[in-house]
Design a binder for this molecule. Sequence first.
Ligand code: HEM
Length: 471
Amino acid sequence: MAVTLAYAIIFLLTLVWYRFVRRQRKKSQGKAQTELPPGSMGWPYIGETLQLYSQDPNVFFASRQKRYGEIFKTHILGCPSVMLASPEAARFVLVTKAHLFKPTYPSSKERLVGPAALFFHQGDYHSRLRKLVQASLSIEAMRNLVPDIDALAASTMDSWHGGHVVNTFHEMKKISFEVGILMIFGRLEARYREELKKNYFIVDKGYNSFPTNIPGTPYRKALQARKRLSKILSDIISERKEKKLLEKDLVGCLLNSKDENGEVLTDDQIADNIIGTLFAAQDTTASVMTWIVKYLHDNPKLLEAVKAEHKAIKRLIEESNHPLSWSHTRNMPITYKVILETLRMASIISFTFREAVADVEYKGYLIPKGWKVMPLFRNIHHNPEFFTDPQKFDPSRFEVAPKPNTFMPFGSGVHACPGNELAKLEMLIVTHHLVSNFRWEVVGSESGIQYGPFPVPVQGLPCRFWKESTT
Ligand code: HEM
């Protein structure tokens, strides 16, 4: 009896399994003739998430690229994904077929930044907002920002002097936050600035924490601070509306915009784009500036050449009795190459996320609708085929322009970074003050990278700084 029952169960299970396999096969045949890219989907449900997070993510990407080639599939954070490690594939997703791949972010993050921020969108709304952000970042606007960024960098860095330990990343965050405020609001009243700063930093902390919405967690605190930010921003917006100023800063551009039907943006749309731009501008620029301090410290010969470049500029400034200007910043060729090489080496945005909005075929492979798609910028920037000896910090490699689509620190296509020139301007000015006025040493022998969320040197690169003239 027991044996018969066991046979019956085995028979039933085999039948169920057979029908399941047939259905899956039919499903995939119905979908397309093309096959999925090579790669492993890992364990059921968790996929390869553990492998990705238990090691340096770049080792994860690089080992799979080596095994499977420029396009491979995986399963991470609950999502089937396709990773792309070649310039052509990145261009396909971000530029030529951008309409087939929409931006995608976890909803916990979207809630904190604000759902109307431009980088969550595609189509008409996205291009309208993008034009407004670009208008606030015109050459004229940036030229006018030079004296303010110059003064801001000088005053922040003055406090570094004296040999006490400075957390370089935290200090750079202070500078990039204030530059973001300048670009968004122009000169903002101190009381508003302080309130914005206090609440923004709580949101920033929660943004990078585990998103549990229960009392006391950083995520809950961030949601509450985000509400307060909306209130502060709505006060600033009302005041600006009353004054009817035609300012060219981001708030001015957003307030004065009308679409083809004469519709203005709502206060929520304006607030979400202000917070979004601050988010996009702050940690990114601060991380790269921290790497600049490290790379210059580690390359004394290069540092001498950069110092000489800025000594000459300082002489010009003293002779003309005019402060640092836009035209000075256009004449820093060595520093500019240092910035490009830092962007390549550090590749602080290692990859970006999109989601396929339809089944898409790429080089005979199927990228199924709904799958995440990740162009791997860092792998491209570190590929010896495009950058000889890629682990070497060598700004002179930028004497020759990189091959098309091989250098994308600011992304590419419709969502490429509109703030890239401002970020570079800020880095040029900060480097000018750093090398003209300071010598510095890195504290501790710990080397390595920490993710917060972008890669920065461990502990935010603790350093001691001394003003050169006083030592
Ligand atoms: C070194 C500093 C920076 C780096 C490395 C960087 C990098 C990037 C990258 C890679 C993207 C594209 C992301 C994607 O395609 O998914 C992007 C988008 C964006 N960045 Fe930056 N960024 C920097 C600084 C800034 C600054 C200073 C601002 C603002 C003034 C800014 C504003 C934005 C905005 C608004 C977007 C979204 C554009 C859109 O969706 O159309 N970024 N950034």
